[in-house]
Each structure stands twice: as structure tokens, then as C-alpha cells.
Design a protein around this ligand. Structure first.
Ligand code: ATR
Length: 312
């Protein structure tokens, strides 16, 4: 079954085909059926689950800004069939794909060429088919976070003290680009101390990075506190004993968005911090992906505002 949504934009109508995607934890042997071929340039976000992804709506809006005709679908890959799904998508004419949980590391591994920022993070959320048929991988998550902080939220990252809570894939994907902005200090606080230490060591040559346990956070006036744990998405309470990190003048940022981010943001706001979810990061990483595929960077503010207003 296909749900079709027509969005009128300028002279062009963008036809957005949303593939019906399956529920979580599917283990089907064969790659999922692809939507019928079309003459439009084809893109996809591939994940599992992916049914509620906002990416098709975001990219439809980007394309409309330039009166371009593209097709961008949400594609659920079986948990044991990511590579087969990607290969089939590109074999059948796909130009590029965004990759979301849980496949970002597999996406990195299957690519033939990897950008510096993909190599730094060991994960890819961006794939593109090159002229010769090989696949290039990049990671636009960190650039998306930096763009949201700097351009949308007015944060001056240079010289700031940053507390990164979490040391998993989400944190690893954004630390390099954050350090690229020249913060004074970045502290990785993680429940599993060894994991935090290993992550800090991975980025030691890129800036001033330290690590600590979640209950040993240094008493520094952090300007930015980022929640990069999966606690938000899993709906679990964040094991963060000391709330004094949240104070007026601090930007508390959850990389999750919407209802998933609420618990963390309410905790931060209750102590006077400015609290923001990761919706802007989602749109900005998409804009960076769109730019890499199509050579033009779309405007993002209105798209973020529309999504916040629930008009997507
Ligand atoms: P992702 O790819 O989404 O980052 P991950 O690699 O599994 O997922 O990493 C999850 C991160 O969230 C880890 O830093 C994890 O802490 P541990 O390394 O100590 O497991 C962190 N995390 C998950 N649930 C948490 C919770 N309830 N409180 C604190 N940290 C949590």
C-alpha cells in the first residue's frame, strides 16, 4: 500500500511517496519491496523502524524551495538485511540515502569511500551513489548539530565549555564537528566510565576532551549540556544524579526531539536553563545531506517552524 501526498510548491508539484513500512524488530529474509520506479531522482531514509521518520516531509519541502522534482521515501530494512536493501535500492536507480537507527555503523562499513567526518565517528547517516556505481558515505549529524546551535539558537561554540552526556554512537557522531568549532573544553560524562574514557581518547588530538562518570561531573560553568544518551529515545530515566549543571545561561540540548526529549528538557528548564530539543538538528542534517546530493543548501528556518507547528 502506498500513501501519496501531493505538495504544491511554485510551478512544480512534488509527489511524495511514503512506502508502507513495517513495525519494529522484523527479521524477514528478503529485502522489502521498493516503490515503483519513476523518472524522478530517487532518495530514501533507511532504518528500522522508520515509519514515523520526518525526513520524507523535510526533503519534499527542500525540493519545493528549488522547484526540483525528487522522490524521497522511507524504507524499512530488515534488521538482518540492511546491506541487501541498500544494494537493491542503488541497483534500481537510487541516488542517495539517509541512514538511521540501527544501521549507521553498517552504512559506514559497506561504503567504498568515506569522508573524514564519517571516519571520525565510525558511522554514516548519508550514502550517495557515485558515477562509477560505488557508494560514498558521510556523516552529516555533527554538522547538523553545529548549524542548529550556531545559526538557529545563536550559540557561540568557540570558547564554550561543553558537557556531553553519553558516549555511544550519537555522541561519537557529533564530537568531531563540535571540537572543530573551537570550544574551550568538552567533557564526556558517561554511566560506563570506561566507554566515556575510550571516546574521549578517540578525539584527544582534535581538542581539549576529557571524560568523567555521571556522578563525578566537574563543577564547571558549562555553557552547553548535550544529552546524547539513548535514555530519551528509550523512554528511560536519565541516571544523572547532580542537577546543578543546569542553571540560567546554560543551553540544555537533547538530540532527541518531541515527546522523547521532554523529560530531560523539563529537568533543565526547572533549574533555569534554556532547553531545546533536536528537531533543528534533524532538519539541519537533512539540509546538509540535500546539499551534498544536489549542490544547493536549502533554507531551514521555515521548515523547522512548520514541523514544530505540526504542519508537516
Ligand atoms: P546510540 O547509538 O543511540 O548513542 P548507544 O551506542 O547504545 O546508542 O549508546 C547509548 C548511550 O546512552 C550510552 O552512552 C549509554 O550509557 P552506557 O555507555 O553507560 O550504557 C547511555 N544511556 C542509555 N541509557 C541511559 C540512562 N538511563 N542513563 C544514563 N545513560 C544512559
Amino acid at each position: 500500500m502506498l500513501a501519496q501526498e501531493a505538495i504544491a510548491g511554485g510551478r512544480t508539484a512534488i509527489l511524495l511517496k511514503l512506502a508502507l513500512v513495517r513495525g519494529p524488530a522484523i527479521m524477514a529474509p528478503a529485502p522489502p519491496a521498493l516503490p515503483p520506479k519513476s523518472s524522478m531522482d530517487r532518495y530514501a531514509v533507511i532504518g528500522n523502524p522508520v515509519a514515523h521518520s520526518l525526513s520524507p516531509a523535510i526533503h519534499a519541502r527542500f525540493a519545493a524551495q528549488f522547484a526540483e522534482r525528487i522522490e524521497y521515501v522511507a524504507l524499512a530494512a530488515p534488521l538482518d538485511g540492511f546491506r541487501a536493501s541498500v544494494e537493491r535500492f542503488f541497483r534500481e536507480g537510487g541516488r542517495g540515502a539517509n541512514v538511521t537507527l540501527p544501521f549507521k555503523m553498517e552504512a559506514f562499513e559497506l561504503a567504498h569511500v568515506r569522508s573524514q567526518r564519517a571516519r571520525e565517528s565510525g558511522a554514516a547517516n548519508f550514502l550517495a551513489r557515485r558515477e562509477d556505481g560505488t557508494i560514498a558515505a558521510d556523516n552529516t549529524d555533527g554538522a547538523g548539530l553545529v548549524a542548529d546551535l550556531r545559526d538557529n539558537l545563536g550559540m557561540d561554540i568557540e570558547g564554550a565549555s561543553i558537557l556531553m552526556i553519553g558516549a555511544g554512537g550519537a555522541a561519537r557522531g557529533v564530537i568531531g564537528p563540535l571540537l572543530g568549532e573551537g570550544p574551550a573544553r568538552l567533557v564526556v560524562a558517561n554511566r560506563d566510565v570506561e566507554r566515556g574514557r575510550a571516546l574521549a581518547a578517540r578525539f584527544a588530538s582534535a581538542g581539549q576532551v576529557e571524560s568523567c562518570a555521571l556522578d563525578r561531573i566537574p563543577d564547571t560553568a558549562f555553557g552547553l549540556v548535550v544529552n546524547a544518551t539513548s535514555a530519551s529515545t528509550l523512554g528511560m530515566p536519565l541516571a544523572l544524579p547532580d542537577e546543578s549543571i543546569f542553571r540560567p545561561g546554560v543551553l540544555a540540548y537533547d538530540m532527541a526531539y518531541g515527546a522523547n526529549a521532554r523529560a530531560f528538557l523539563e529537568r533543565a528548564a526547572a533549574r533555569g536553563a534554556r532547553a531545546c530539543d533536536g528537531l533543528g538538528m534533524l532538519v539541519e542534517q537533512a539540509a546538509e545531506s540535500f546539499r551534498l546530493w544536489r549542490g544547493r543548501r536549502p533554507a531551514t528556518r521555515e521548515v523547522i517552524a512548520e514541523l514544530r507547528a505540526g504542519r508537516a
